[in-house]
Design a protein around this ligand. Structure first.
Ligand SMILES: [Zn+2]
Length: 655
């Protein structure tokens, strides 16, 4: 029996491991096709133009081609890790990635010697050099790297381009994210040049684990050529097997990559069968535009196609290497590089902590040269100053505190002071419950700051506001509307600290809400989070998307939505992990765009011993999922595990 359990466990682990490795190298063909479908006429017109210049390039065999320099900027989209950790990858890792790209595009990569004899003679040299930009779009000194805190980085997609973007007629933008949106499910992607019109934002999005061979990257053939593969697409290469199709389909034998010297094939994935003949002739599995685990080369035909796109106005690739652009971006070979003054920046993940608690502050400075030195000052904190890169500070009184950082490099010293950088709370709660009906016209002020709710003020957008236009109980409620929001700012409504030490599980936060969509563009999200460390970290307990928020049956309401009494619904959040905690804060976080009003009312706490009876417990428990021992949804199995929405997990055995 013991053996059986071990086998089951191993099978289960294997399933998980397999699922993790299943990430596809690239999604360019899928996303480029989606863009094509949005505007096929434009795409085909672009493609036709590019094809005609490509034919010329093949005929002229690229006479007189000289080395082309491409200015590059890496935008590191991180979620609060220090520089050099996880997705906030180090400068060295980025430089290593650029080195690998240059080796691949100048046919000097060491694994090129592994290419089998049959393909040695058609190895292509693109003669392209990637260089980190030294002048940014504002004319300032740069190291060609930016670092931006972005909450979306663990499901990275084209939204990154709205957060930070350098003119793509001057720079190749590469956004490095924590991971790519699961619905895309790839290590990296870009768009071929024919995609989109003049306003389309071109560039490459890559998972940080597929950037460079050091740090969080890897020296596997798979990883070390990922960015070169994407650059191949960026310069108009398709996968070796087809334009739009997925890898490994037998129908790929009837499709083409528009390059004469790459043999017809179906493509291989995560394997290296050097004698594969998937369409009747020997496959070039070592081609960088394949998904094989031993890729190393471009062919001469692919090089001609890339160089043609570098000479075409389609997708503006031709602008990148022009002499005046190289001077403007500081990448011209004769440009005298200077050390930059540091771009000083720092942060703590959520901007608050408790009194007498250590808080680590993270340096996020870039353009910081080779050996930067740091000098911090913490007025009101202990210690009052520090020379550490990521110092720890402690405050003994509640309040808002300024923090300053000076960074010195060979180029000089720059400094930054952020006023009210950190909020320190006294987490001695005076409340042992919540029962908020938004009845007081003074809300959120209660007369005692320790029992006040908090609303984060936003400079540019309206936020949560008490209203008497509608309510589920009494005469007031709170509401917010995203109609004029950008979709990028979180609007927070936070409870005072509450003492849950008297609460026995289950503990639940109930609230009533009402919402209507404004139109099909409405895209709203309400998240409820809990913190027991004064907001230094938050745990997500529930998120409600636009569809889940709707309480009016689903019709669009273009005028101001005011719910009637039947348009309110009740929802709850399970707080079991915090039952017994002495100081808990709850946050209603809202962001969105194009929506109508969301109303919330009657926020209250209940637990097994306070206000919650067994009927309610049973009524609200919903079965979410049943899985078997291998993690599959399989209702025929004898041994199965049930997951409920209140967090309960029940293991069952059918006799
Ligand atoms: Zn690809």
């Amino acid at each position: 029996m013991k053996k059986l359990v071990i086998i089951f466990t191993m099978l289960f682990l294997n399933t998980l491991l397999y699922a993790q490795n299943e990430i596809m190298p690239c999604a360019t063909h899928i996303l480029s096709k989606k863009e094509y479908e949005k505007n096929p006429d434009l795409f085909l017109k672009n493609k036709e133009k590019l094809d005609s210049i490509t034919k010329l390039f093949n005929l002229n065999t690229r006479k007189g081609w000289s080395q082309k320099i491409i200015p590059v900027v890496f935008h590191i989209m991180h979620e609060g890790n220090p520089v050099g950790e996880d997705e906030n990858i180090s400068k060295e890792q980025i430089e290593d990635a650029v080195r690998l790209m240059n080796e691949d595009f100048n046919a000097t990569n060491s694994d090129l010697s592994n290419v089998i004899d049959e393909f040695q003679s058609i190895i292509g040299n693109t003669n392209v050099t990637y260089k980190l930009a030294r002048i940014d779009p504002n004319g300032n000194c740069t190291e060609g790297i930016t670092r931006t805190y972005w909450e979306g980085t663990s499901s990275g997609n084209d939204d990154a381009k709205q957060i930070i973007f350098w003119d793509d007629t001057s720079y190749l933008n590469i956004w490095v994210v924590k991971s790519i949106d699961a619905s895309i499910g790839a290590a990296a992607y870009t768009y071929v040049p024919s995609t989109g019109g003049p306003s389309f934002r071109h560039g490459i999005i890559a998972n940080h684990e597929y950037v460079g061979s050091i740090g969080t990257g890897s020296n596997s053939s798979y990883v070390r050529h990922t960015l070169s593969h994407e650059c191949g697409h960026f310069f108009n290469l398709e996968h070796t097997w087809a334009e739009w199709a997925d890898v490994g389909l037998s129908t790929n034998c009837n499709q083409d990559d528009f390059v004469a010297d790459t043999p017809n094939c179906i493509g291989s994935y995560s394997s290296c069968n050097l004698s594969s003949q998937s369409c009747g002739t020997l496959d070039n599995v070592q081609n960088i535009m394949d998904y094989a685990s031993c890729t190393a080369m471009f062919t001469q035909g692919q090089v001609a196609r890339m160089q043609a796109s570098l000479n075409s106005s389609v997708g503006d690739r031709v602008d990148l290497w022009q002499e005046d652009n190289l001077w403007a971006t500081g990448t011209h070979p004769n440009y005298q590089e200077e050390e930059c003054l540091a771009a000083v920046d720092f942060y703590i993940p959520n901007g608050s902590s408790c009194v007498n608690t250590d808080v680590q502050i993270f340096n996020n400075t870039y353009n910081d040269g080779e050996n930067p030195t740091y000098y911090w000052t913490f007025p009101g904190g202990t210690p009052p100053n520090s020379f550490e890169e990521n110092p720890i500070v402690n405050y003994s009184s509640p309040g808002n505190y300024n923090v300053s950082l000076s960074v010195s490099t060979d180029a000089g010293t720059t400094y930054e002071t952020i006023n009210n950088f950190v909020t320190i709370y006294d987490n001695n709660p005076i409340l042992s419950s919540i029962n908020e009906g938004f009845e007081s016209s003074n809300f959120p002020n209660s007369g005692n700051t320790l029992s006040d709710w908090e609303i984060d003020e936003q400079e540019t957008e309206n936020t949560w506001n008490r209203t008497e236009l509608a309510s589920s109980v009494g005469g007031g409620s709170i509401r917010i509307r995203s109609r004029f929001f950008s979709g990028e700012i979180n609007h927070n409504l936070m409870s005072p600290f509450i003492n849950l030490s008297q609460y026995e599980n289950p503990v639940r936060l109930y609230f009533d809400y009402a919402y209507a969509r404004r139109n099909s563009q409405s895209n709203d999200l309400l998240r409820i989070l809990v913190s027991n460390d004064c907001g230094l970290s938050w745990t997500l307990r529930k998120d409600l998307t636009t569809d889940e928020l709707i309480t009016n049956g689903g019709s669009n309401v273009t005028s101001v939505f005011v719910p009637n009494s039947s348009q309110w619904e009740e929802e709850y959040v399970n707080l079991n992990p915090w039952g017994g905690d002495e100081s808990v804060k709850i946050k209603f976080e809202f962001n969105g765009e194009n929506g109508n009003y969301l109303y919330i009312d009657n926020i209250r706490l209940e637990s097994a011993n306070i206000g919650l009876d067994d009927d309610i417990i049973g009524k609200h428990k919903e079965l979410l999922k049943t899985i078997d021992i291998l993690g599959r949804e399989n209702l025929k199995t004898k041994f199965y595990i049930e997951f409920y929405d209140d967090g309960t997990i029940i293991k069952n055995y059918k006799l």
